[in-house]
Design a protein around this ligand. Structure first.
Ligand SMILES: Nc1ncnc2c1ncn2[C@@H]1O[C@H](COP(=O)(O)OP(=O)(O)OP(=O)(O)O)[C@@H](O)[C@H]1O
Length: 350
């Protein structure tokens, strides 16, 4: 009875402090960021970029365009000359690397040669003073995530490049970063492994739901992986958008040429336009725009054949033909042809 009375009139709960549950909008944000190494032209020039939550973002561009510098500024390995960097909406522009919530995976994996896969992965927890049993259990969990738990006791010298890379990935993830930074992570792998590993990276990124920012100069890699492709050139961002958007509607001739698979042509009314090589045909047809030239390259690619045609002004245009269409009426090097496209497929460039 007494008990019942007690439960009927519970003491009022102490008022809880109102929790701030507002979630962040962007995993990472660069606000007018500039990096100058010296008095010359900046390595990164006033770039702004917002990376939505849970994005796979690829920084893509030719050598020297400023990709790695951008990544190193995000990691805190390079001081920002001007501008601000935010992670989860918090400004961390001048915070030390360990206080940013970022983790970096390097091109050369940088594993400790004398430590097993498990101990390499557990290392940062050891530095944090986590108990041996707990850090080994956690490391095992992350080795499972990268499908390396069966080789937990191997030394780096007893692992293939792809396996070392999985361990390096687990080691970067065990610190539970808000954003994982990857500098050319696939460049040391052979082409077959590279394609397998990029699928793995994408799977792991989606599984964890954190943003990955991945530097590459491979167009294929960026298009295959990224939710957000950021094309850089000469220290600035040329275009940022979804892979399909960037590929189908390049904003300028640099992006169209750099992504490949496009021709840049003069528009009838002036200015430049891009036309996808797979929308070009060899031969003149009514209603199509045509340019005359000679066949300067034929490249068999399995499912398609790339045919390049050099025009009178030395400009090379390419048609990507289905293999069957090519072999129905095979062309020869030096042959005079017309390369044609539908003007409706022209995409005007800035
Ligand atoms: N530590 C440094 N000191 C001086 N200049 C630098 C330094 N690091 C990079 N640079 C210069 O800054 C520019 C951008 O370099 P960065 O390494 O960011 O380019 P990247 O796009 O990553 O190139 P890559 O694909 O070749 O790695 C280049 O002109 C480079 O020479």
């Amino acid at each position: 009875m007494t008990l019942a009375l007690k439960t009927e009139t519970p003491p009022p709960a102490p008022a809880k402090p109102r929790q701030v549950t507002q979630s962040h909008r962007f995993d990472a944000e660069l606000v007018a960021v500039t990096k100058r190494y010296g008095p010359g032209a900046p390595a990164v020039d006033n770039i702004s970029l917002r990376i939505p939550r849970g994005s796979y973002c690829c920084l893509l561009g030719p050598s020297g365009c400023g990709k790695s510098t951008t990544l190193r500024m995000l990691a805190g390995h390079e001081e920002v000359s001007d501008g601000a960097i935010l992670i989860h909406d918090q400004e961390i522009t001048h915070a030390p690397p360990v206080a940013r919530g970022t983790s970096m995976m390097f091109q050369d994996y940088a594993l400790f040669p004398h430590l097993s896969a498990l101990d390499n992965v557990a290392f940062s927890l050891k530095v944090q003073g986590v108990s041996r049993a707990e850090r080994r259990a956690k490391a095992k969990e992350y080795l499972e995530l990268v499908q390396m738990d069966h080789l937990a006791e191997r030394l780096p010298s007893q692992m293939s490049g792809g396996q070392q890379q999985r361990v390096a990935l687990a080691r970067s993830l065990i610190t539970r970063p808000k954003v994982l930074l990857l500098d050319e992570p696939l460049s040391a792998l052979d082409p077959f492994l590279r394609i397998r590993m990029r699928a793995e990276l994408k799977r792991i990124q989606k599984e964890l739901g954190i943003s990955f920012i991945h530097v590459t100069h491979s167009q294929d890699e960026a298009l295959a992986l990224a939710d957000l492709v950021v094309v850089m050139n000469n220290a600035v961002i040329m275009q940022a958008g979804a892979a399909r958007e960037v590929y189908e509607t390049p904003s300028n001739a640099f992006v169209a040429r750099f992504l490949g698979g496009h021709n840049v042509v003069q528009r009838a009314g002036g200015g430049e336009a891009s036309v996808r090589a797979d929308q070009c045909v060899i031969g003149a047809r009514p209603g199509l725009r045509s340019l005359p030239g000679t066949v300067s390259m034929i490249e068999y690619q399995g499912t398609a054949v790339r045919v390049s045609v050099t025009g009178t002004d030395d400009e090379e245009l390419t048609a990507l033909m289905p293999t069957s269409a090519f072999f129905n009426d095979a062309l020869e090097l030096g042959q005079s042809v017309m390369l044609s496209w539908d003007p409706a497929d022209e995409h005007p460039l800035a």
